[in-house]
Design a protein around this ligand. Sequence first.
Ligand code: PLP
Length: 406
Amino acid sequence: MQYDVNKIREDFPILARSVYGKPLVYLDNGATTQKPRCVVESITDEYYSVNANVHRGVHFLSQQATNLHEASRETVRRFINARSISEIVFTRGTTESINLVASSFADSQMKEGDEVIVSVMEHHSNIVSWQLQAARKGIVLKVIPMNDRGELLLDEYKKLFSEKTKLVSVAHVSNVLGTINPVKDMIAFAHSQGVPVLVDGAQSIPHMKVDVQDLDADFYVFSGHKVYGPTGIGVLYGKEAWLDKLPPYQGGGEMIKNVSFEKTTFNELPFKFEAGTPDYIGSTALAKALDYVSAIGMDNIFAYEHGLTQYAMNRLKEIPGMRILGEAEQKGGVISFLVGDIHHFDMGTLLDRLGIAVRTGHHCAEPLMHRLGIEGTVRASLGLYNTKEEIDALVEGVLRVSRMFA
Ligand code: PLP
């Protein structure tokens, strides 16, 4: 298939706007992606013509809304190749998905002194969720170190396992370094030790084909808004055998079968984990987003973004004083950098005045910043609609800011 980026851009009205009189160059896709027309229209269409609460209604609209919501679950299942829709839990996003597993897993599967392995490059959501459980249950975090290119040290990983290891929880792609971690191999090793694995797919799902059965992940989590879908909805995939074992995370409507003051029984999967009115408008729009990227083809998106990342890395390296953080052999379209001693915040603010949206700071990965010995970086993160011309604009912008500080 011919990858027609200009045609793709037409699907995203926001990309045509200007900022401070300059054409918008949106390079903050790691934080959130822009939305194609079909996603935005799905939201207004459903509110205008279908809206009704799902699952409990006998009336026409409720059944139509329920059908849309459950069809979206099937779309998610197909997208990540889960075995069954019972394994697809809708949540508010990656953060809630991790907190759900951390809470329910720690409650039912862990005791004081038990260990969870995470990596040094985790997002705070995959650190603090476990620290909360550590404080509550006395469990211990073990940390996989990395080399200076930003690659996890797999020999060290293997040494971290003990009879107390109960779970590995690791990012598929780093939101700072862009490193694509070898999660399939890491899962295979963990399983050889009898340990299940949660994969944080927030930064992988938008950029590559993910097959949870092929990876053999026990849990896989992601956010809708990072894959061109709406905010406020995300996914927890869990193997049915695991989800069956875990207790509910929150109590309320939807997640129960029968309630009395003496005894309550819980609903079947996946509803056991979906207390309260679900974001059924969001689930339909998320399914539209997944259909949208599927129509382009995840392998095509990966190949296109890979080429663009290579181009961006090469061009950025032409800049005097450029320091790129994260040069893993397997690297996605997340490029963190610093130039000379220009503060990342100054660089980001001045780039913004040129219409270039990048992110600055610690990117919710302070332990990784400590490992790198820095406070923060400038981060350009690519999406399926970015172009070489936008990379050129970034390079020109960085050069211009550098000259100002020279
Ligand atoms: N994990 C990673 C690797 C991320 O990059 C992010 C967001 O940037 C998250 C988790 C949290 O995602 P959310 O804020 O959508 O829950």
